[in-house]
Structure formats: structure tokens, C-alpha cells
Design a protein around this ligand. Sequence first.
Ligand code: MTE
Ligand code: HPA
Ligand code: MOS
Length: 755
Amino acid sequence: MTNIDAASHVRGESVYLDDIPLLQGTLFACVFDAPVAHGVLNHLDLSVAQAMEGVVRIVTARDLRGENQIGGIIADEPLLADHHVHFQGMPVALVLAETEAAARAAVHHISAQTEPLEIITDPRVAHQKGELIIPPKRFHMGDTQAAFAACAHIVEGRADVNGQEHLYLETQGAYAVPTEGGGLRIYSSTQGPTAVQRAVSRVTGLPMHLIEVETGRLGGGFGGKEDQANTWAALCAVGAQLTGRPVKYSLHRMEDLRMTGKRHPYSADYKLGLDRDLRLVAYEATFYQNAGAAADLSPAVLERTLFHCTNSYYIPNVTATAFSCRTHLPPNTAFRGFGGPQGMFVIECAIAHAAEHIGVSAAEIQQKNLLETGHIFPYGQVVESEARPAWQQADHQFDFAKIRQEADAFNANHRYQKRGIAMMPVCFGISFTKTAMNQARALVHIYTDGSVAISTGAVEMGQGVNTKILQVAAQVFSLSPGRIKVHSTNTLRIANTSPSAASATADLNGKATQLACTALLERLKKVAAEVLKTGDNGTGIALREGRVWHNGLPADLDWGALVNHAYLKRVSLSEHAHYATPGVHFDWDTAKGHPFAYHVFGTAVVQVTLDCLRGTYTLDAVRVVHDYGQSMNPLVDLGQIEGGIVQGLGWMTLEEVVYDEKGRLRSNALSTYKIPDIYSVPKILEVFPLDTNRDNLAVFRSKAVGEPPLMYGIGAYFAIRDAIRAFRPGASPAFDAPFTPEKVLINLYPAAHAE
Ligand code: MTE
Ligand code: HPA
Ligand code: MOS
């Protein structure tokens, strides 16, 4: 089945926040944001702006009727700066004006006097000064100290990995409309309608039942709208509450880049011990996460870094420690992989280091240490592994030895062009690591004309979740997709939603949909048995392609007539179901448990060619064997894999978030922040399914696919490193991603650079 949004997307007919028709009297908002990264806010001069034409009101922290607080995990984030500013881009005042142009013009006439305070941008410096968001988190398995003592090889080093801008096509935004009785309806481009509802409730002082959050679809979220859509919705809500008029804010790209957080940069120290047979015996890692100025989702992201710090490998002795460090950057947030990619990057650095030190290929170490079923993760969960089958199938299909030989032969014949390759296995846990979040609801109505309307907590952000949910209903009812509509996400229809995140949206909401549809089906079967007088209470009834069947034969009753009979018999044609993932739990006191419903595995081989005069490179091929389980929509899933890989490649190669020492974003526009375009994506991108048929907790056994493929992109970093070492044998570039062409050039000619 093709994506149900495909036609309207291509025609430009899909409705995003900015396409919603505005009500008469709508005001437009624009934020005046902190001009310095850290300081005491002594004076705010609003007088000139206030007097400008079209300006209706300027809102500051003092005006809020509720709490000036939007911190989700930790209450450490004011909506509007009060006495202090903590990052450049922190909202200070909200201008409300009759037009968008008037609002933006007025912002330029606001000035703030601040008394500067020390600015920290480096997480290691923050750690030294005791600036931690939460106490450190630690995973512990076995005894690393004793194990290191017996190792044949030990490598130690440092790895740094930078952040990443989400660059969703649709910038952040919201539209708040006052409703009768003092309530608010909020249209929000958010992955978490309930998170928006909570934040709005807090800052307005209104109870949640007076706040309706409506989300049609997103032009991308990638984690950036899991928590950080709250700010704009809360600001619009406050504006609407104080003026009694609808308020809209749709951020300009440069506002969005400047004011929102990104993927967390990390700095890490590692120590890896191997035995004589290249088996990984002991691993110690310390992670310094650059959280930015407030907690946001950083503690949860930090946890997932630990969960994935050994990637696809079994290491019996592990001590991993993670610090969430407070700096004066915009609060960093969820981004596809949610801290997992950073953890995986560091173990891959350690393995590359060990391979170079010992004089073997990284692939040899990787392959030898893949997880097997029955192994234990450092967090206590027993492994059900597809790591080796994925690796072996990839080797069989792509022939690693041949790829290596061809690269070596090419390198022997080319002086200023070098090829590099890397294998990248991936193991990613599916479920929110916070167990309570693994629940979802679905509301299914069958109308008397036989059409079906579905609401769930799932937010469509381009990942195709609505298509999958529709497929679930179509399959359970055996109806054509045209008779089913998946509707917007709305907190009045579905309450207490988890954000659409953790790749688990289709699993959670799809399973809730399956439960609701199955309950309706069973009810309808009983009605059919009564109508057809089968006397079997529905046990012999089946529905197939819009018709009722009895004992394997078509009966003279179709879906529409059956639904009508049910209505006339006063049988409910609506169902609200709740799904909670069974078996997941985690205890942070012991740092052990079974946090994930299952894991997704796969192996990629990445090939690059380096231009050794210019430091530029082409990504020749990314070939993958990926564990889909049983894909319920191979086209949608392939789109996710291709998109995820390219986003991962961008993170590792071109995309460079730059803040200066003052905490000012220098890569603040698309002229200074480069993401992969059609010319820089791999020339060959091949994805093969891993043939398995193991039972799992995924919806229709179709494993989650949103995040795991991003991490195949990490292979590009090591393929580039491999190519540099072909040009300059023995080179040992610092592990410092992304590998931008500038960094490549410096590492090709370090002596020239030193001069
Ligand atoms: N794909 C598109 N097109 N747009 C997005 O914003 N977000 C990613 C991924 N794929 C995203 C996407 C992220 S971060 C996650 S967690 C998952 O989709 C969320 O959706 P899922 O749970 O349905 O996979
Ligand atoms: N993944 C993504 N988002 C989240 C998670 C997670 O594990 N936990 C809380 N938000
Ligand atoms: Mo995705 S980072 O879990 O929104």
C-alpha cells in the first residue's frame, strides 16, 4: 500500500500548521530573545516597541497567570526569562501585533541591559565546575578492573561527537484560539500533544480539560518537536489568554535555528581491553553530555547513551558513566536515536583504535564480538540477537572480502584518490526507556454508512504512521482502505498520549487500534450470527473484503448492512482501547531490568572515495541488511531507512553545528549549515531484508524502523578514516565527528597544517 499522504503531499494539498485558515482578529507573535548567553537581566526597554503601529501588547514573565515553568523532567526552564538569561535565544518578551510584519519589526526595537556572567560551552568544563543537570548515571556489569589486568591489548582515548540541527522542513509553531468558558484550543506542530497540553496548563493556570490540542501532521519532527514544541504553544496560549484573541506564531528559519536545541554533542573517554583472540573483555566509558542550559529531555537521552554504549557487541565487563553537563547553549533535546548514536560512535572509535593498535581490521574485531541470543546486556536484559545473521547475510550478499580487495587494488593504483570502507552493525532497543510511557490508546468509530474513523495518539510527521494504522484497521476488518480514515491527533479524543517518539508509535498506537478493531469485529460477528440465524454466536463468521462469510461460504450480508443491523439492535459501533507493552520494566536503583520490547539489528557496509588533494569525498555506496521483522509496508519502511541513513551520514560528515565561545550560534542559516542534498547522498543505497520469522512484540511483527537506520551512517566516519590511512599510513586522526572536508584535509597534511 502506498503512503496515504503521497498524493496530497505531491499536490501541495496536505495541511500543515501554516495552512490553517486564521480566524478574524488573530494576532501574530514574535519573540525577543536573549542577546547574550549568560547574564543578569537588569533592564528591559519595551517603550519604543510598545508604541509602534500595530503592536497590541508585549508579554513578559511577570504577566503569566500560571507558573513561569515548562521543564518536563526537571522544573528548571522558565518560559520567559525573568532575572537571568541562560542561553542566546532564550525567550525574554513576546510581542503581539496585528500583523506578522509589525510583530517582527517591534522586536528589533526592544533592548535588554544584562550584566554578563561566565559563559560555559564545553561539557567537560561544566563537569569540572560541578554544573550537572542530574547526578551521574552508571551501568555496571562484571569487574572491569580485574578484567583489564588480564587483557592482551588495551587502548585508551578520547572521542568527541558534535550535535545536529533537526532541520525539519516545517519550522516550529502554534496557533492558540480562545474557546467558550475560558478554555483554549491549540493547534501545534508537536510530536507530543499531551506535552503541549501540560505545558499550556502550567503557564496559563488552566486545568488540562479546558485545553484542547490539535495536531494534523508535521513537516518533520525528528525529535525536535518531542518537547520543544511546548515553548511556542505555551507562548501563543499565554498571548491568547491575556488578550482574548487568537494568537499565531510560526517561526522563521533563523529564529528556529537560534532558539531551539539540537542533538547533544558529547565528549567521551574510553578504555577497551581485548584478549589474545580479539575478544572484547572489558570496556570503560565516561560520557560528558552537553545538555545546554536546561534539562529538557537530557536525562532520558543520557540514559539511552548508556543503553547503547556497547552497540551490537557482547562485552562481559562494562562500567559506563554518564554526566549530563549544564552549559549556556540552548537546551539540547531528542534527535533520532535519542543519545544512542553518540554511545555507539564511542564504542566504534574504541574498536577502530584497537584494530589500528593491534594491526587487524576493525571488521575482524566487530565480527568476533557480535551479540548472541542468551548474552546479557550491561543493563540486565537477555539478548535475542539477529546481529550475527545480519552480519553474515550482509557478508554473503555484498562480499566484504571482495569490496576490501577492490578498494586495496584501487588505492594501489591511485595516488591522490583513496577508497575507504567500514562495516557498521547496529543494535537498537525499541520502547521508551521510561516504562510508563509505553502505553497508547485508540478510538474507533464505525458510522452507519459503514465508514470507519480512527483516532490515536500517533502523530504523523512523515514517517507514515497513519498509513500503518490504517492498514491495521483494514486488515482486522478486511475492508478496503478507502472506507477508513485516520484522523488528526487531538487531546479531546485521545487523552494522556505519549509523544510520537522512540520509533514505537506504530507499535503502540497500532496495537491499540488492533485491540479496538478486534473488539468491534467480535461484536459484529455476533450480530451477523443473529441476522443469519447461524446459532453459533458468531464462531463460524468471518469478514472478508467487505462481505460476511459463514463456515467458509459467502453469506448474503455485506459490511454496510451488517453495520446497520448492529445499529438497529443498539450494539455499540464505537470502541476505545488501551495498549500497554507487556513485560517491560527497569529499576534505576540497580540499573537493571528489561527496558525494551525487542531490539532491531542490521549491518551496513559503507564505501567512500577521498579526493586527497582537496579533502573532499564522495559516498560511493551504503549497502545494508536490515532486520524489518515482517514489514507491513516495505515502501514506507524503505523510505525510513533511506532517510535515516542519509540523516546519519549528514551528522557524521557535513553537518557542523558551530557555537562560538560566547555561546552564539554561528551556523545560523542554511548558508553556514550544510545538510546532504541529492548530490551528496550515496550513489548506491541498497537495502535487503534480513530473513527471519521470529515472534516479537511489534505490530503485525513489523519491527520499528524510525530511528535504527540513522546509525548505519556512523560507518561513513570510519570509512573516511580508512581512506585517510590509505593515503597516509599510520595516520591517527583524533576521533572528532563530523569528518568535514576541512578536517579531512588537515589530517591528510598535518605537517602543512602545523606550519
Ligand atoms: N521520518 C520523517 N519523515 N519525519 C520525522 O520527523 N522522525 C524520526 C523517525 N522518522 C521522523 C521520521 C524519529 S526521531 C522517530 S522517533 C520516529 O520517526 C517516530 O515515528 P515512529 O515511532 O512512527 O517510527
Ligand atoms: N526515546 C525517545 N523519546 C523518549 C524516550 C526514549 O526512550 N524517553 C522519553 N522520551
Ligand atoms: Mo525520536 S528522537 O524518539 O522523536
